[in-house]
Structure formats: structure tokens, C-alpha cells
Design a protein around this ligand. Structure first.
Ligand code: G3I
Length: 350
């Protein structure tokens, strides 16, 4: 492995390449994982600790403890820090939508709370964070608005308000829209329209984040590539923000997301096996390689590629949607070794 260039050596000249990290990185629990991050990546993002639920526990109380540790770590180690995320229907501050009696708050109150949250968080990390996922997952796969409480109470303007507030808090910070299933044509169109609308109103948006929680039979890479081109065509950068490759099948009909599709290939090749069988391994390699070929072709418009986790042991996919599974979705294994396909991937970026 010593002869293989690291991700940052190979790709760093074209775009940021990083990983989502949790508190085990900054509290010394996982020195080997920490070394991998130092060596392989030039960028980090908090997997959880900069979400509203964690950093804004009460209306008038913020808790930046873990986020600050990460910002300190990133500065000490020369890594670019990305903020995730300001407005998301999942993991919002617990009190965000209701009053003392448990009733939903009015539009004005929610806008005020959103302003207070964004203003404080963005101001706190001013100069330390390169960019923020301002709004996460506002659309359904069919391109309609997700009927989140932000949407129901404020209306679709919650998105532009969030971008406006973030820019007011820090005019120098980059602002991103982030979502999954961005290869779906209807969702792609909705995001393109959002970018156009924000720009038409004179608002800042720097990039669209394609989460890229991928698997064996999704997304359709031809559609995925079309989305990269479509977003770039709207005059923004494109980022792969939460890259991983689910190796396990999920329950039939699970959830409403792309990830709930029938995983015929995984069922065939990797039916809850212990470890990896050869066919699954081959497909995994091919899918990652094909994806990075697309990334290489579009490296002029791609500004960042971030894996959702440092190594397989750390991935959220070990616990979702069925707790206690063993998954292998990343390019670095549980022993912190890069997987064999990495050699071919980094060679694409010579
Ligand atoms: O920290 C608490 C712990 O104190 C508690 O005992 C335990 C019991 O449930 O929960 C712990 O919090 C968990 C947290 O991860 C930290 O491990 C939450 O329950 C759990 O819901 C949370 O999951 C995160 C998930 O977002 C939340 O929706 C995953 O780690 C994280 O990988 C995942 O990341 C999201 C992105 O933010 C947005 N895009 C999709 C992506 C995958 O779902």
C-alpha cells in the first residue's frame, strides 16, 4: 500500500477529498482512524455534531463543544472543514416547531427561530468553515417539495430564507444545497429550478451536493452523470458529499428513498453473508471504478468528493435500517487498509 498515492495526493489537485468524521476522531478514541484521516484526506465534515439537534439543545442555549473540537482538529491538521447542516427535516433542534404547550408555532415564529439558529451557528464558525450545507433534502424524488414542518409552516420560501440568513451571517462562506437521489430526473429538475430561482433573486449558492449513498443497482450512472452536467450548467459547482456503496440488501418496500428500491443484485450476490463473497466484491469494485471515471471526466466542475465515514467499521450503514449488520461500503476497510480497487481509482487521476 505504501506505493499507492493517497486520495489527497491523487485527487487533491482537482478537488477537495474528505470524509465525514465523528467524535472518535477528536477525543483520541481512535488513533488509527485519526491517522488515516490525516494521511488520506484534505477535508472533513461532522457526521452529526454540527446538526441542530446537537448544537442547539434549547431555544436559548447552544452547545458547540464537539463542533469546536472538530474545528480545532481541522485547523491543527490543515484540513478544510465543511459545515453540515443548517436546515434539515431530520435531526432539527427538538424544540424548533412547537411552543410550550406542544402546539405548532406560527410562520413568523418559525422564521424567527430559523434566523436565530442559522445566525448563531454560522457566526460561531465564521472563518473556520469553508461552506455550509444550508438546506438538506428539501425535495421528494418526484421533484415535489418534501412536506417537512419547515415547508408546511413557512412554505417553499423557507429555502431562500435559509440561504439569505446564512449569507447575512457570513458573506464569505460558501453555501450549498444538498440532497440524495439527485440522479432522478424529476429531482434533478427541481434542484436546477431552485438554483435558477435563488440566482434570479440575487442569492448566493455555490454548489449542489449529490449525497451519493450508492449501491449495486442504483443510481443509474448515465442519469447520475446527466445530473452533474445539469447542475454545472446552472453555474454552480458539484460535490459528491456523502459517498458510500451499500453492500447489503434492505427490506422490501423500506422507506421512501432511493435506497428502498429492490436490491436484486445484492440479494443475488450478498444475501446477508458474513464477509464479502467474490461476486459482490467484483461488483463493488466495478461500481466504484465506474463512478470515479465519471468524476474524472467532470473534475473541472466537481469541487469536492466526501466519503460518509472514514472506514467500514465507522459507517452508518452498519446500523441502518437494520441495527447490528456488518456492511462494507467504503474504500478503507476495518483495519484502515485501502481496498485493492483504490489503486485503480487513484490511477485515474494521474
Ligand atoms: O449520540 C446518541 C447517543 O447518545 C444515543 O444513546 C444513541 C441512541 O439512539 O443515539 C446517538 O445518536 C445517534 C447519532 O447518529 C450518533 O451516533 C442517532 O440516534 C442517530 O440517528 C444518528 O444517525 C445519523 C443520521 O444521519 C441521523 O439522521 C448517522 O450517524 C449519520 O451518518 C446520518 O447522516 C445522514 C446525513 O446527515 C444526511 N444525509 C443522509 C445521511 C445518512 O442517513
Amino acid at each position: 500500500n505504501t506505493t499507492i498515492p493517497t486520495f489527497q495526493e491523487a485527487m487533491g489537485k482537482y478537488f477537495l477529498v474528505g470524509a465525514a468524521v465523528n467524535t472518535s476522531l477528536t477525543d483520541g478514541q481512535d488513533p488509527a482512524g485519526e491517522e488515516v484521516v490525516k494521511k488520506q484526506f484534505n477535508q472533513v465534515v461532522a457526521e452529526n455534531c454540527m446538526k441542530g439537534e446537537e448544537n442547539h439543545p434549547e431555544v436559548n442555549r447552544f452547545d458547540f463543544t464537539d463542533g469546536d473540537k472538530l474545528a480545532d482538529w481541522a485547523e491543527k491538521n490543515g484540513k478544510t472543514l465543511i459545515g453540515h447542516c443548517l436546515v434539515w427535516h431530520s435531526q432539527p433542534p427538538k424544540w424548533m416547531f412547537t411552543d410550550d404547550k406542544g402546539n405548532l408555532v406560527s410562520r413568523e415564529v418559525l422564521i424567527g427561530r430559523m434566523y436565530n439558529h442559522i445566525m448563531n451557528v454560522v457566526t460561531h464558525y465564521k472563518g473556520r468553515v469553508k461552506g455550509w450545507d444550508v438546506v438538506n433534502e428539501a425535495f421528494e424524488d418526484d421533484g415535489s417539495y418534501r412536506k417537512s414542518l419547515y415547508y408546511k409552516i413557512i412554505g417553499p420560501e423557507f429555502i431562500e430564507l435559509a440561504f439569505r440568513f446564512a449569507h447575512e451571517a457570513d458573506p464569505n462562506v460558501e453555501l450549498y444545497y444538498n440532497d440524495y437521489s439527485t440522479s432522478k430526473p424529476a429531482k434533478r429538475e427541481a434542484i436546477c429550478k431552485l438554483v435558477r430561482d435563488l440566482k434570479a433573486k440575487g442569492l448566493r449558492i455555490d454548489a449542489v451536493g449529490m449525497q451519493s449513498h450508492n449501491g449495486f443497482d442504483y443510481p443509474d450512472y448515465a442519469e447520475y452523470e446527466k445530473s452533474i452536467e445539469a447542475f454545472a450548467g446552472e453555474g454552480v459547482k458539484v460535490m459528491l458529499t456523502e459517498l458510500d456503496m451499500n453492500m447489503l440488501p434492505n427490506p422490501e418496500g423500506f422507506g421512501g428513498a432511493e435506497i428502498s428500491q429492490k436490491f436484486e443484485l445484492q440479494k443475488k450476490y450478498n444475501p446477508y453473508v458474513k464477509g464479502l463473497n467474490k461476486k459482490a466484491q467484483k461488483l463493488f469494485n466495478q461500481r466504484y471504478l465506474d463512478l470515479f471515471k465519471i468524476v474524472e471526466r467532470h473534475k473541472d466542475v466537481i469541487s469536492r468528493v466526501t466519503f460518509w465515514g472514514v472506514n467500514d467499521g465507522h459507517s452508518w450503514l452498519n446500523g441502518w435500517p437494520i441495527p447490528g449488520r456488518t456492511n462494507y461500503p467504503l474504500l478503507i476497510d476495518r483495519n484502515n487498509e485501502v481496498k485493492p480497487v483504490v489503486k485503480e481509482i487513484v490511477n485515474l487521476f494521474k
